[in-house]
Design a protein around this ligand. Structure first.
Ligand code: SF4
Length: 377
């Protein structure tokens, strides 16, 4: 069972599944088993999976997520055949976030391993398998490779119960593909490849959201834009998807040490874009930083030490860090700094209240929608 709220995919129970592992001894007698990945994006800066891997409490190689450790042989990445079979044993339907501790389409993941992972998905129609990547070019190539489905069916022969009834079509109806788009640049770079990947459901995870993202203006070639959230695509964009754009958009702020703030207007904009296009919207969490406009008076009071009884009107000392953030991402540590509250910049005071206290409501409302999946099966 995972705490990642969207991983249950509307089925009520969510799991993470990590059959791609790494160990610290390529010579065959490892002392530590964990995971491996390589950073590709601003969203990776405070990677949760790397933190877990470094801490080594519940497994972990203790190596940071750097290509050098794989290339110089300090670690060995492999497909863990035991973990691979786990979904076959889960009888109740679950949403399964595939390879939450790495990027499943990283170039250290062999095509043969992917074939086996997809073969398990083919044998488990009761589950939904969710693939989220920051490397959508590889995803698009892998999925669109000629005879891919035949190779997956071949790979399934090495698995138990391989003669289960199998889906007839590729892509599999129980697979969701998604990309991370933490800002407009990453949205422009990644979403066109997502739309070129056939899938039952396509989604974008804007988490951690680090900048404004306009899904209606994806700049996929110089001076050419597509509206990727529009359900009724013009015929000429059919090359990017079977006549439709995105099915689900997830947003969330960053959590953990060094967490960066998310401007509330960025989230409001994505929420509004989804509502206008009738696309499911899931707001995961606010993050560590909460905008003052989302806080009650009690919450704001809790960010300050009480004033001394002898001077009840004295300026109170803050208990937590506060900043002023602009819509363009500029951050001011000092609210009286020049320009901090300049008009027209969307200046917003934010307090570092912590993930739990920040919660997940946006303008007082929970947004936990999923696409109409049954309609697509
Ligand atoms: S791709 Fe994901 S798992 Fe890999 S370093 Fe980036 S955030 Fe971490």
């Amino acid at each position: 069972m995972t705490k990642i709220e969207w991983a249950h995919a509307g089925l009520g129970q969510g799991e993470t599944w990590n059959p791609i592992r790494a160990n610290n001894d390529p010579m065959g007698s490892p002392t530590r088993i964990g995971w491996h990945c390589e950073k590709v994006s601003p969203a990776c800066a405070n990677c949760y999976a790397e933190r877990q891997n470094m801490a080594g409490a519940r497994g972990g190689t203790r190596y940071p997520y750097k290509a050098a450790h794989r290339k110089n042989g300090s670690i060995q990445v492999y497909l863990d055949e035991k973990t691979l079979l786990a979904p076959l044993r889960w009888k109740t339907p679950r949403g399964i976030f595939v390879c939450s501790m790495t990027d499943v389409f990283g170039d250290w993941v062999l095509d043969e391993w992917l074939d086996k992972i997809f073969a398990v998905a083919a044998l488990c129609p009761q589950h939904i398998f969710i693939f989220l990547t920051k490397r959508p070019k590889r995803m698009r190539e892998y999925v669109n490779t000629y005879a891919r489905f035949a190779r997956i069916l071949e790979a399934r022969v090495s698995l138990p119960n391989f003669d289960h009834a199998l889906p007839k079509n590729w892509p599999l109806p129980n697979i969701w593909f998604g990309v991370t788009a933490e800002d407009q640049q990453r949205a422009n770079e990644r979403i066109p490849d997502l739309l070129g990947t056939p899938a039952a459901i396509r989604f974008v995870s804007c988490e951690p959201l680090l900048g404004a993202v306009d899904l209606r203006r994806i700049n996929f070639q110089p001076n050419l834009w597509i509206d990727c959230i529009d359900r009724n695509w013009p015929e000429r964009f059919a090359q990017f998807g079977a006549g439709r754009g995105l099915d689900l958009v997830i947003t969330g702020g960053e959590t953990g040490p060094g967490a960066r703030p998310t401007h509330i207007d960025w989230e409001r904009s994505i929420r509004n874009q989804c509502a206008a296009a009738d696309v499911a919207y899931f707001r995961k969490q606010i993050g560590e930083w909460k905008a003052v406009c989302e806080m009650s008076q009690e919450e704001i009071d809790a960010c300050y030490h009480p004033a001394p009884e002898s001077a009840p009107d004295a300026t109170r000392r803050a208990k937590v860090r506060s900043i002023v953030m602009h819509r363009d991402g500029a951050v001011f540590d000092n609210p009286i700094a020049s320009g901090a509250f300049e008009g027209g910049k969307g200046a917003m005071t934010m307090f570092r209240v912590g993930r739990r206290r920040a919660g997940h409501l946006l303008d007082g409302k929970a947004h936990h929608e999923f696409p109409d999946y049954e309609r697509r099966r």
